[in-house]
Design a protein around this ligand. Structure first.
Ligand code: SF4
Length: 372
């Protein structure tokens, strides 16, 4: 509101998402003749100067909790040591298989086997249907509009933090595409540069939808929260022979010593699925291995519904995730090195499986599903 002083910067955000609630004051008696008091959102009062929608305010309240747990400083090193020892057998088996396959021919000339890269997607797949995992592992990666949409949208959201004025989502998306096209290190750059006009328009529309949904539902990102989009995390384990890696859609805040402060956030279209929770827990594990202090909160933000599903990070969660990761790597190595046959595990996901035409187990499951 004109004439009102903005709250001091140190009240806004001390480098983190803050508790958005106005400072508590003793209740004042109501004077019926007094003009109505403006609400904090309308006046820019409290700690939040923007006019937030109820959805944005709810999310800010949820993410801005002041509950920041402290963790044992030995947790990160202990997790790493346990992972190294639990994965040693798998790392040896994978390296020996690679060595056997290349028959002593050292392609890289560095005398070292290629590492086994393990992502959240591979972990989810191997714990679901192993046959599907193998089928998809054989596919070579190719950029598509749905895949590029996420990269472009995240870049556009990153630009929104520092873009002057009031850009529209489409301004941000066009700016993001221009930046990515000219960035020699952006892997999506070549794909963007060769798009024909209809495909480019389709990508713009798809990314615009995603960015508009984010800007509508999420509180405006502030620099002081240290927002980072597509934040990369990885852990090189077992003499660099196993690499756990990932890319968080959005990271906010930071740890203070052993006190957790970072929020990891993934943006999702569609509805919630159990795998979404496991994905973020995997990132929390990598973040702990990287920084020593775990993040404090994991958030899946559902763009279509403007809803967040969040959970606090705990030590038990990190240990369970480490075990799930070890189990996944063990299965991946067993299948990769032909130690056993891959199992079938039919589920609703059979509908989208590339093998469904040839898979008797999947077809039977889908037929039963339909008749039920
Ligand atoms: S159709 Fe179903 S059971 Fe068959 S491989 Fe695919 S996911 Fe597995």
């Amino acid at each position: 509101m004109a004439g009102e002083a903005a709250p001091p910067e140190e009240f806004l955000a001390d480098g983190e998402i803050v508790d958005a609630a106005p400072a508590s004051e003793p209740p004042t008696p109501v004077d019926p003749s007094a003009p109505p008091r403006p609400t904090p959102a309308a006046s820019g009062g409290g700690l939040v100067p923007e006019q937030l929608t109820p959805t944005q305010q709810r999310l800010l309240d949820e993410l801005g909790t002041t509950d920041r747990p402290s963790f044992d400083p030995d947790l990160g090193p202990t997790l790493r040591a346990q992972l190294e020892s639990s994965l040693a057998t798998a790392a040896d088996a994978h390296a020996a298989w690679l060595e056997h396959r290349r028959g002593g021919d050292d392609h890289d000339g560095d005398g070292r086997p290629d590492p086994l890269f393990v992502s959240k997607h591979r972990i989810s797949q191997i714990h679901a249907c192993e046959q599907r995992y193998l089928a998809e592992a054989e596919d070579t990666f190719a950029w598509t509009v749905p895949i590029a949409r996420g990269v472009v949208a995240h870049k556009a959201i990153e630009l929104s933090i520092t873009w002057r004025g009031t850009p529209t989502p489409l301004d941000l998306v066009e700016g993001a595409i221009a930046r990515l096209e000219s960035d020699p290190y952006a892997r999506v750059g070549d794909f963007l540069a060769t798009l024909d006009e209809p495909t480019r328009a389709e990508l713009l529309a798809a990314a615009n939808d995603r960015v508009a949904a984010f800007l509508d539902g999420f509180p405006p990102l502030r620099r002081a929260w240290r927002p980072v989009t597509e934040s990369r995390v990885r852990a090189d384990l077992c003499d660099d022979r196993i690499v756990l890696s990932g890319k968080v859609d959005l990271s906010l805040g930071f740890a203070r010593g052993n006190q957790a402060g970072r929020v990891l956030l993934d943006m999702k279209t569609g509805g919630p699925q159990p795998a979404h929770i496991d994905d973020l827990r995997f990132y929390a594990l990598l973040e702990t291995l990287k920084n020593g202090t775990p993040p404090r909160m994991l958030v899946n933000y559902y763009l279509d519904a403007g809803q967040a599903r969040s959970e606090q990070v705990t030590e038990d969660m990190l240990w369970a995730t480490a075990q799930r990761t070890v189990d996944a790597v063990g299965k991946i190595v067993e299948l990769t090195t032909d130690q056993r046959e891959a199992t079938f595990r039919p589920s609703h996901a059979c509908k989208w499986c590339a093998k469904r035409e040839d898979c008797r187990v999947g077809q039977q499951f889908l037929a039963e599903l339909e008749s039920a």
